[in-house]
Design a protein around this ligand. Sequence first.
Ligand code: AMP
Length: 526
Amino acid sequence: MTRLEDLLVASAERSPGSTALIGPDGVERLTYAELDAVTDRIATMLVDRGVAPGDRVGVLAAKTPWTIASLIGTLKAGAVYVPVDSASPATRVARIIRSAEPSVLLADATATKLVDGLVAEGLSDLTVGSLEAPLAGERFTSAFSRSDVESLQATRPDVGKDPLAHLLFTSGSTGIPKGVMITHDMVSAFVDWALGHFGTKPGDRISAHPPLHFDLSTFDIYATLAAGAELHLVPASLGLDARKTAAFIRDRELTQWFSVPSVLTYLARFEAVAEHDFPALERLLWCGEVLPTPILAHWMRKLPHVRFTNLYGPTEATIASSYYDVPVVPADESVPVPIGVPCAGESLVVLDEGKPAPVGEIGELYIGGVGLSPGYWRDREKTDAAFVTGPDGERIYKTGDLARVDGEGVVHFLGRTDSQIKSRGYRIELGEVETAVNTVAGVRECAVVGVDLGGFEGTTICCAYSVAAGASLPVNDMRRAVTALLPRYMVPAKWDVLDELPKNVNGKIDRPVLRERFRPAPKESE
Ligand code: AMP
């Protein structure tokens, strides 16, 4: 078993003076020796504050070198980190905190309002450590400033076999986020495979684009630390600026870029990438949703020197379970790129009514092997429903994805069996959005559907609702109310207020009809 923090320790022994982390501003840097020392001291500080092996440490902070250090410091304390989106509303974060029961929360200035919101939600007995000295105040019980940790001695408590490394909370269809348990072994198995497959080496300059509450970020962090390479934290503010994102890849001379497809689509649509751009770039990887083939072809034509790889996998089988190295620019841009073949130690099984589907036939995709999570945090029922026994008696995860395996054993993704969607790479259960809309006073009935309107964000979230007799609930008021309950990326982009929602013959809300309502009417000439 490899513990994730040992990947850092080994690289720090091999090349203490090499740069490990470079902050979004390009100025803040930590060498391997510095990161190793700082994380030792953070561990000591946590242990001194009573954090025991297996305890959870919540992290509400922007992605800075200091935040990354706090994650690894948590692991060195034998504890389990829970990165939470500090841009989420306090009501949702409070549910996550109540479920994870962290003994300490580490927060930075970006989360000050959120921490106040958590207290207002009734979480008044939280121990909140500040990741920045100036925040030490009423709510913040300890300051994790650099000077504070300088004098501490390293602590490394003993932990058991394959302990948890972190909990990642994903959208839950009933409105309650689900905590996926991620162990050290799950991540290190993928890192092992990825280092060999991509040939990651010291001197590589690797992007860290996805947010820390998203499992893709763990690949960036631990594969970089294992290889002794440089991790370049991408500023969150670049999110909506294609040219600045391209300039970042160029100026930092990145050798690896990894993100969700919507970022690549965005850069392509805004023509931000020149012919033979990014001469240092060796590989471009994406994961999390379908990258439209025309966009991939655009990138491949612009950057013939780069290797392009599609990675596929759910958080429950961290990080990716399969890969497809795209051999040449796709000739037919109407054909989706396969999700490929299993990474080492993983298995992909397509089942039709519990039996392996014949070659070429559509079935439901299940995943087995070394990346499988032990399940959902403190939720036996959901765990048992999603992690089941396969035809050969093996433990497999029911992804909810539809797929087929072709004659060469290559797997093709064909959509979902349920109402989980991806929007800008975020995994969203439409049921969670619906639950939030239904809690707004004055709503009689509502339905939330995902519609592909051809935008670069992927599926667009659309909500139709009707209003209770005597109530008034215009769209602006509704949007405001829902924004207070859900993270921004879950708030419907399109709304429709109806007297009555359309029903099918069984009296259920007719979602296909609603989806059509949200599609723009074809132009006269079409
Ligand atoms: P997440 O847990 O956020 O990684 O979401 C997992 C889901 O995202 C999968 O079950 C798929 O529906 C989708 N997904 C992940 N990677 C890909 C990919 N490369 N192509 C298509 N869909 C993907």
